[in-house]
Design a protein around this ligand. Structure first.
Ligand SMILES: NC(=O)c1ccc[n+]([C@@H]2O[C@H](COP(=O)([O-])OP(=O)(O)OC[C@H]3O[C@@H](n4cnc5c(N)ncnc54)[C@H](OP(=O)(O)O)[C@@H]3O)[C@@H](O)[C@H]2O)c1
Length: 253
């Protein structure tokens, strides 16, 4: 039987690449996002048979409910949930950050991800099968200046993924957290820097960053593991990115 995947954030970046990859593997894929025109363009590219565009705003529980209720029967049983939709807003220190940006990150990266999981997981448990793949970040482990709420939201995603594993003990449902470092070819930094394209270009210049297809490859690899294998966490960085020293700022005496 054809398996069904639901990929959030399918209108851009990783989500789009994950959709294409899973469709090429023979999954039927529901792609969710707010921008329906982008999902429809993706549908034109991958075809109607294995792709279903689903408009939803994951920060709005009513929108998620409505979207899930609108799925036609053959698309209602979700075998793989890829919780990919998410964003960073700003890179200012916490004392200069915009509280509205913080709430948007919390409502998208945490509340949205948790709400969708809460809606999909019970049916997986009833069928005793399923796979949830969350998109965390190295920012959920490695602190850096300006990551404040974004990094904390991804630390939540990491621990939520591990705690799901604890709750699912004895059941045949798998949970993985993919934790990428610097990636280009997505809208992530354009969103973070609010359209400051020069800043975006400078960030990626010469960095040979991770590409969306690398993340799609990782998703496909996790999904292709034998049913008894769970990839708990997988951290991926470009070779150009590594760890910094722990600086000590000294007071002038
Ligand atoms: N790129 C990186 O460097 C990087 C590194 C580590 C982790 N990540 C994580 O990977 C995931 C994907 O990032 P990306 O780089 O592919 O970013 P992206 O190109 O900006 O794509 C983000 C996707 O999330 C969707 N989205 C945002 N808010 C939403 C909402 N309220 N409701 C529904 N969908 C929403 C967007 O669709 P609409 O705008 O159409 O709704 C878009 O499809 C994110 O969770 C991000 O934190 C990215």
């Amino acid at each position: 039987m054809t398996k069904t995947a639901l990929v959030t954030g399918a209108s851009a970046g990783f989500g789009q690449a994950i959709v294409k990859r899973l469709v090429s593997e023979g999954y039927q894929v529901i792609g969710a996002a707010r921008r329906m025109e982008k999902l429809q363009a993706l549908q034109e590219e991958v075809g109607e048979d294995l792709f279903f565009p689903l408009q939803m705003d994951i920060t709005d529980t009513a929108s998620v409910d409505q979207a899930l209720a609108s799925l036609p029967k053959p698309w209602q049983t979700i075998d793989i949930l890829v919780n990919n939709a998410g964003l960073a807003l700003g890179l200012e220190p916490a004392y200069e950050a915009d509280f509205t940006d913080w709430m948007t990150m919390i409502n998208t990266n945490i509340v949205g991800l948790v709400y969708l999981t809460c809606q999909i997981l019970p049916d997986m448990v009833k069928r005793d099968t399923g796979l949830i793949i969350n998109l965390g970040s190295t920012a959920g482990t490695v602190p850096y200046p300006g990551a404040n709420v974004y990094g904390a939201s991804k630390a939540f995603v990491k621990q939520f993924s591990l705690n799901l594993r604890a709750d699912l003990a004895g059941k045949h449902i798998r949970v993985s957290n993919i934790e990428p470092g610097l990636c280009e070819g997505t809208e992530f930094s354009n969103v973070r820097f609010k359209g400051d394209d020069d800043r975006v270009d400078k960030l990626y210049q010469g960095a040979r960053a991770i590409q969306p297809k690398d993340i799609a490859e990782t998703v496909a690899w996790i999904a292709s593991q034998p049913a008894h294998v769970n990839i708990n966490r997988i951290e991926i960085m470009p070779v150009s990115q590594t760890f910094g020293p722990q600086p000590i700022y000294r007071d002038e005496n």
